[in-house]
Design a protein around this ligand. Structure first.
Ligand SMILES: Cc1ncc(COP(=O)(O)O)c(C=O)c1O
Length: 395
């Protein structure tokens, strides 16, 4: 079976079976149970949404308007984060990444804090912890609101303290490809704000998400078998039967209104949430293999035992060539974080109000490739991936 980095990578037989049952039944208690577990984990009140982007928008809209109109965000980020900032009425202020290439530069952050700074978002890209204690000191000194984006960083820690618990608010994403994935879903966590989710409308077409989980699970093994899976996925996507992760409107800067989290999808996320410790342990193990095998071949960051490793990033010249080489061997590396300082590369960058100047982030966009760490990646498959990369570089 080919290896996919995207394409609902975290779905196994049990998720497919829950998705199938969810076509017919849903249990209203699921969200209550999930909320209780999240509260125990983070000691903050959870508020469910259809996505992480909606959770972020609601947090920002929940802030009291005190006349300050800037929100700091790192420049290597996803367009939906920027859209939420703008939709809440703030101006995004971009901070460059540091030498790691993926997390915020504290030096540049200090330059970007102004009297207008109302809040900042810390991303912990790919689940690799940012220097949240340093950042927290700055937010206290300058009195602005700190939000941790845990879309990539469920269960990651910094100095042995759970990420998310350093801040005034945090949010998780259960979008496809995330550490815990129900195709769509998210949660805001906070003690500082009171958010109201009682009036949210349910998302349209939950069945499309359930269908996607089932279809991808069944089609992936046959992807290259006379191109059966490939053709089916292509056709269904063209016919509009598959939900889009990022819509054309979002690529042009528009943020959709928040919706509620479907209990049908929550059943899948809760199933994975209950297995989160093993999930992260396994990802760390795979990251360790990548690091050990590749550190002398390509640039990679030191192994971090506190990271959640939603992906394992490596940095190379001409990533497209390596990408194409791996594809020939039926390994689809992650493409969504390549090619643009604000991803995906198919967006209208002008709508993000990014004006350049974040040199490290621009370099990252042109040199990064990320390797999969999801549950289909066994140590054997990780070694196969590293062997191919070494072959590509003649090692
Ligand atoms: C860093 C980051 N933050 C936030 C989000 C938003 O999450 P969601 O897709 O659940 O809206 C994403 C993913 O799209 C992301 O990659």
């Amino acid at each position: 079976m080919p290896i996919f980095t995207d394409f609902t990578p975290n779905m196994g037989r049990s998720e497919i079976s829950i998705a199938f049952k969810s076509f017919f039944f849903s249990n209203k208690k699921t969200l209550k149970r999930f909320a209780a577990s999240l509260k125990r984990e983070y000691d903050m009140t959870p508020y469910f949404y259809d996505s992480g982007r909606s959770a972020l928008l609601s947090i920002l809209e929940g802030l009291k308007n005190d006349g300050r109109n800037e929100v700091i965000v790192q420049s290597y980020t996803c367009v939906v984060v920027v859209n939420a900032i703008k939709a809440a009425g703030y101006k995004p202020v971009y901070v460059d990444v540091d030498e790691s290439g993926i997390n915020m530069s504290i030096k540049d952050l200090k330059k970007k804090i102004t009297k207008q700074t109302r809040a900042m978002i810390v991303q912990h890209t790919f689940g690799i912890p940012d220097q949240i204690d340093e950042i927290k000191k700055l937010t206290k000194e300058h009195k602005f609101f700190l939000i941790e984006d845990l879309a990539h960083a469920i269960r990651a820690t910094y100095k042995e303290k759970l990420l998310g618990t350093y801040s005034d608010a945090a949010f998780l994403s259960f979008g496809s490809g995330k550490i815990i994935s129900s195709s769509r879903g998210g949660v805001a966590l906070t003690k500082r704000l009171k958010l109201d989710t009682s009036e949210l409308n349910p998302i349209d077409n939950v069945w499309k998400h359930l269908y996607k989980i089932i279809l991808f699970g069944l089609a992936k093994p046959f992807y290259y078998f006379f191109s059966l899976g490939k053709i089916k996925i292509y056709l269904l996507s063209k016919l509009g039967f598959l939900p889009k992760v990022i819509t054309e409107n979002e690529k042009n800067g528009y943020a959709p209104a928040p919706h509620s989290f479907s209990p049908k999808l929550a059943a899948i996320a809760l199933h994975q949430w209950r297995r989160r410790k093993n999930n992260i342990k396994r990802r760390r193990n795979i990251a360790k293999i990548y690091h050990k095998e590749l550190k002398d071949t390509v640039r990679c960051l030191p192994f971090n035992p506190e990271a959640a490793y939603m992906r394992f990033p490596i940095f190379v010249d001409n990533p497209e060539k390596l990408f194409a080489f791996m594809k020939k061997h039926h390994i689809m590396l992650g493409a969504e974080w390549m090619g643009s300082v604000i991803v995906p590369s198919s967006i209208d960058l002008r709508a993000t109000k990014y004006k350049g100047g974040c040199k490290n982030a621009e370099k990252t966009a042109l040199t990064i490739i990320n390797l999969p760490t999801d549950r289909q990646i066994t140590p054997k498959k990780a070694e196969k991936i590293t062997q191919l990369i070494k072959t590509f570089y003649g090692n």
